[in-house]
Design a protein. Structure first.
Length: 352
């Protein structure tokens, strides 16, 4: 299969989930209301921890199909770091990328990977999720323009056409960038291209796209002889948000805080291993790839090179979250009408 078609199909899973966030929020309210005393994975965890020395079971749902960003999880599993902490961890793929947030909130899974803005948007609708760790500390979603387009800054897009993927968050990001650069966002022709970001830019249907990731779409486009230039949204008025975070439902956090702390101990070891042994860490991931979503080792190797610096918390432990980041992102979302009501950003996260 042509790489562009293959990865465009895979990308649609991620984009579709983010675009359906608000619909799923409504559905979740109904699911939660009907759940009663159903504890989801709680019964399995109780059984797992019932006898001395038995491993505690935890389920973790990924945000997307397994790829380079998840290397630390597979390393922690392969190297026995979870078992050292008394845990047996099951890594699951979502049928839809917003399943993770929905199921964690309902207590149907223990932990999930999702995105910082989505956590705040969900909480504004009384969906009880809490972020426990910042995994990728900076946006991967950049404005992408053809390398030969002559476009060097968002303001150059005034009067031109940009494609986005049905997600109001991405539309707000681009309008912020254009305005910050002195352009008129009202003159920007925004086209909802759905799941077809890559075809839209390779065929010239649009002059730019937002919603493509620098560690994925940009690499695929380059390999297929469609090089693009990436423009970082944080340089043009968009807050420096955490692209990927680890979340739990509020009730599960109360009941399983010690288990989640042990989980974080293990994944910190996993991330350290991948940092020190990137080739081996990547090979562990490739050995566990899903047959329905085969990975390109070259692309994943390039992706990991991009990701590792963006996952580094510096003097803080891997996963550390700052109150300032959550406050800035909440203010920006509110200012762009993406969250409603009172949203206390300090309650949206917790460092374990």
């Amino acid at each position: 299969m042509n790489l562009l078609r293959h990865y465009s199909k895979l990308s649609s899973r991620r984009l579709r989930g983010a675009g359906l966030l608000m619909l799923l929020i409504c559905l979740l309210a109904a699911v939660s209301g009907c759940s009663g005393n159903n504890q989801g994975t709680g019964e399995a965890k109780t059984a797992a921890s019932g006898s001395s020395g038995q491993l505690r079971e935890l389920s973790v749902m990924l945000d997307w199909y397994p790829n380079a960003v998840h290397s630390f999880l597979y390393a922690a599993q392969e190297k026995g770091y979870f078992k050292e902490e008394g845990l047996e961890v099951e890594l699951q793929m979502p049928a839809d990328s917003n399943d993770a947030l929905k199921l964690a909130a309902a207590g149907k899974i223990d932990l999930a990977l999702t995105y910082q803005p989505q956590v705040l948007m969900a909480r504004s609708e009384q969906i009880p999720v809490v972020s426990l760790a910042a995994l990728v500390r900076h946006p991967l979603n950049h404005l992408l323009v053809p390398a030969d387009s002559g476009i060097t800054a968002p303001g150059d897009l005034a009067g031109k056409t940009a494609g986005y993927s049905s997600i109001p968050l991405y539309e707000a990001m681009l309008r912020t960038m254009v305005e910050h650069d002195g352009g008129d966002p009202q003159s920007l022709n925004m086209v909802d291209v759905g799941f077809d970001l890559i075809p839209a830019i390779t065929t010239g249907r649009v002059d730019a796209i937002i919603g493509g990731f620098i560690n994925h779409e940009q690499l695929i486009l380059a390999k297929e002889q469609h090089p693009v230039t990436s423009i970082d949204p944080t340089a043009f008025g968009v807050p420096d948000y955490y692209e990927l975070v680890l979340v739990a439902g509020e009730e599960n956090l109360k009941e399983s805080r010690a288990d989640y702390s042990r989980f974080m101990n293990a994944v910190r070891k996993g991330q350290q291993f991948v940092q020190e042994h990137p080739e081996e860490g990547l090979q562990i991931l490739l050995d566990h790839e899903d047959s329905t979503a085969p990975l390109d080792p070259q692309i994943e190797r390039q992706s990991l090179d991009i990701l590792l610096p963006l996952m580094d918390a510096g003097d803080q432990p891997f996963g550390y979250q700052s109150p300032e980041s959550w406050s800035r992102v909440a203010d920006w979302l509110s200012g762009n009408g993406l969250i409603s009501g009172e949203t206390n950003s300090d309650e949206a996260f917790e460092n374990l």
